[in-house]
Design a protein around this ligand. Sequence first.
Ligand code: PGA
Length: 220
Amino acid sequence: MSIVAGNWKMFDGPDPHALAGLDAIVCPPYTRLRDCVAAGLTTYAQNVHWEPEGAYTGEISAPMLLELGVTGSLVGHSERRQLFGETDEGVARRTAAALEAGLHVIACVGETLEQREADETQAVLRRQVSVLDEHERLVIAYEPVWAIGTGLTATPEMAQTAHAFIKSLLDVPVLYGGSVKPDNATGLFEQPDVDGALVGGASLDIDSFRAICEAARSRS
Ligand code: PGA
């Protein structure tokens, strides 16, 4: 099984109709969710709150996403953790509530460069993964922070080592994320424990995203 998900971040992204028929997940900003669902795409939000409703300015709940026809959500992306103060505890609550409500979840984990250089990668991954429980609709994305949007990709071997470690903690599919491009996707997908990719920048370009999806398909 190979899963490819495109994280559009705070970009408008491509025309959803141009992606129709692609075997992939798209994670557009909230304002584009409806368009993507209407175009028949498997659509995930980029975050989801743990309460169904309430005084939580700026947040969106799982029932609200389900009502729009959204299938799942990213949770705990490193940009949420680093720029918006999200904690492992919050990630755990968001993930559990979304799964409970019936959404699929891609929970993101990964170490910073500082942590990797201090040989803390496994400890960080253990801490981030330990708050999550196995679930049939849960997928983890291993996204080393130093590889996101930087053009630096983990080597296929580095990804494989991290993925195998994550799977020793939790038996769920693990996607790789961090500067995945058409020219490095095949090497990553060849690794036995790389079950797909979470693609940022390259998912905004239809040709690149399509090429990555094709690389995933030829592996599976
Ligand atoms: P990138 O982003 O592919 O642009 O590095 C990946 C992500 O943040 O999910």
